[in-house]
Design a protein around this ligand. Sequence first.
Ligand SMILES: [Zn+2]
Length: 283
Amino acid sequence: MPELPEVETVKRTLSQLVVGKTIGNVTVHLRRIIQRPEEPLEFSMMLQGETIRSVERRGKFLRFLMDNYTMVSHLRMEGRYGVYDSKDPLETHTHVVFHFTDGSELRYKDVRQFGTMHLFPLGQELEEQPLKKLGLEPLDDAFTLDAFKSKLAGRSTKIKPLLLNQEYIVGLGNIYVDESLFLAGIHPEREAGSLSRQELASLYEAILSTLNDAVAAGGSSVKSYVNGQGEIGLFQHQLKVYGHKGEPCPVCGAHIEKSVVAGRGTHVCPNCQPLKKQRSRKA
Ligand SMILES: [Zn+2]
């Protein structure tokens, strides 16, 4: 599933490709992608004549801001956007086509069919699901060390599921949580509330550097992720533990282990990320 860096990359690419274009019509080939309004025909009618003014991101969601409406789009497992000429043959698994008045088209492809689109009156999208309850945006100025600490303070939940929970912090998924916890030297099963000030500061820095480096590399291409222009991200070559089960830890050389935490495959260096805090050696 694309995480924050991948969605950010898609956002940046799409911004260059579709901003300023006016929608003439929309064809919906698979109605379940359209979650709001209920009728795909209504979705299509509402978008006629709308010009895309900007493409933004909130967590793992894309927001297409237009004159009167905002379209909120989630790629889920394998959703992809591409810009084509209207004469280009339609590829299989193309579920929604936005026909622009200049003869180009924005096409949404999704082999797994889990992606969603919601249309709201402009600005209203932030007050309603699916965006309403989303937590801190880690690449925003509001994501300070104090704000991060207050989200975790006193929580008895394990740190990994807490970081995955989009109501606390948005955009982090399995890959970037594993990488951030490794960088900070924190075991994914530690209780969030048990982290020391030093550990919280390390984790905060680790999340920022992991996400910023991944955005700079255009995201990771772990499965079939492709950005809006059909290019693949390169950050997978910088992943230190994710996908490296059995290989030596780049820091200490111990074998990286994979287990299941909170139902998700989890990669850990048993040496760099001890589960129990080191006990004082004083008897
Ligand atoms: Zn290690």
